[in-house]
Ligand binder design. Structure first.
Ligand code: UDX
Length: 441
């Protein structure tokens, strides 16, 4: 008989995983402790913006006309425990307030609720990003007869569906052959075929995730450090990245210099990794991540200074600053640790009159930063602006008409914090265009 799957936590990771498991042919029950989320999901709707997810979900949610009916949602752990053969734990592990370490309270409470209700013989699979050593600790929470595996998730927001259905690799940390066999059964599906499956012990599986994110963060900070040097020396970091990227050992990806990385993963993951290494007495091994973090945070401050310079130096008081982009990256509505929103916030707190527009992130941005000005379109955001900052590289911004915007602004000055706009088009339309780590003109 086919395995029955449950998914605990319905954020970007859990909602996508649940929909993908239903797409693969499994009967799936998703759980969240927030009843409003469950109500939305049960109608085939997704409480965040993730391309393709709502379509995939509504293909399977029970009760929707024409759906497979394989996917249901609940708030009840009793129902979940009775239903599932394999339980995926997909709750988030944010950064603790005022500390580098990550907050394990959602994971801990998911395990505490699951332990008394999980059926004997069922398998619990952790997907959340956790400090190394967590799986070993959490095994102790589960009753005899309920096993644990760790199966980190590498999906990117904006590509969550694609990354889940066609992962680069599947990593399973297991302590028994039975756990490995069950997970192989889950992933022995037509859609995930072709992805290498790497079997490891618990600590290695946990470390694969944090080290992969640390590597990606390091790559971005490397190119941003080169941007700093290029600015000092008069070089062009975009050309430099292209040229070094042709070396296959280096590769072109994740070499886009700009205002740096943000989001719910990379910043908090490198910090939690440093904190955990400290606890293990291996902090020296990761001191370079401190530098990765500070290069990254410096980018935000640098953008603020470029804006100040573009306004003639001095105070932001009374200056109109238009900000295009609020999310931490395009094709997402996520504003967690967003460099764009951080820059907008810094300028606002220094007296600038900031107006933000983002294609999908407005509701979340308003919630996080209600005192900023918001406009309903890029054109409305730039009206009368003394300087325009392009801070999240949405396609919509690449397609803007520089002449139309030029007619609306106070001064035609554009700072491209993502090196993503066509400089020639903007300059031809009479704009002063300045990018990050590139010559001024
Ligand atoms: C990341 C990892 O990529 C993913 O594998 C992991 O599962 C979760 O964390 P995500 O946070 O969705 O995914 O975003 P990602 O595409 O990695 O981008 C992170 C940040 O880096 C964004 O703010 C982005 O703008 C920035 N970035 C990315 C750069 O500044 N330059 C680049 O070259 C690439």
């Amino acid at each position: 008989m086919a395995l029955k799957i449950t998914v605990i936590g319905t954020g970007y990771l859990g909602a996508t995983h649940a929909a993908a498991m239903a797409e693969l042919g499994f009967e799936v029950l998703g759980l969240d402790v927030v009843p409003e989320k469950i109500e939305l999901l049960s109608q085939g709707r997704v409480p965040m913006y993730e391309p393709g997810l709502e379509e995939l979900l509504s293909k399977h949610v029970a009760g929707i006309e024409g759906s497979s009916g394989r996917l249901r949602f609940t708030t009840s752990y009793e129902e979940l425990g009775a239903f599932g053969d394999v339980h995926f734990v997909c709750v988030n592990t944010p950064q603790k307030h005022g500390e580098y370490a990550c907050d394990m309270s959602y994971v801990d409470s998911a395990f505490a609720s699951l332990a008394p209700v999980a059926r004997e013989g069922s398998l619990v699979v952790g997907k959340s990003t956790v400090p190394v050593g967590s799986a070993a600790r959490l095994t102790e929470v589960l009753p005899d007869g309920v096993e644990l595996a760790w199966n980190p998730e590498f999906l990117r927001e904006g590509f969550a569906v694609q990354d889940t259905l066609h992962p680069d690799r599947i990593v399973v940390g297991v302590e028994s052959e039975r756990a490995e066999k069950l997970l192989r059964e889950v992933y022995a599906t037509p859609i995930a075929e072709g992805s290498p499956l790497v079997v490891t012990d618990f600590p290695t599986a946990e470390l694969v995730k944090t080290s992969a994110n640390s590597f990606l963060a390091t790559k971005i900070s490397f190119i941003n450090a080169m941007a700093e040097v290029c600015e000092a020396a008069g070089g062009d970091v975009v050309k430099l990245a292209e040229a070094i990227g042709y070396d296959e050992r280096i590769g072109k990806k994740f070499l886009r210099a700009g205002i740096g990385f943000g989001g719910g993963c990379l910043p908090k993951d490198i910090r939690a990794f440093m904190a955990r290494a400290g606890e293990l007495g291996a902090d020296q091994a990761l001191t370079f991540l401190r530098e990765v973090d500070s290069i990254n945070m410096r980018r935000r401050g640098h953008m603020v200074e470029l804006a100040r310079e573009a306004l003639g130096g001095g105070s932001f008081l009374g200056k109109r600053v238009a900000v295009l982009g609020a999310t931490f990256k395009p094709d997402s509505d996520d504003v967690r640790d967003s460099p764009a929103l951080n820059v907008a916030g810094q300028i606002h707190l220094q007296g600038g009159q900031v107006t933000v527009y983002d294609p999908k992130g407005m509701a979340n941005a308003r919630q996080v930063f209600p005192t900023l000005g918001y406009a309903e379109s890029a054109l409305d955001a730039v009206r009368g602006a003394d300087v325009v900052l392009h801070l999240t590289e949405w396609r919509e911004f690449r397609e803007l008409d520089p002449a139309e915007l030029g007619a609306a602004v106070g001064r035609r000055v554009l700072l491209d914090g993502r090196n993503a706009l066509d400089s020639a088009r903007w300059r031809e339309a009479g704009w002063v265009y300045r990018a990050m780590g590139r010559p001024a003109a």
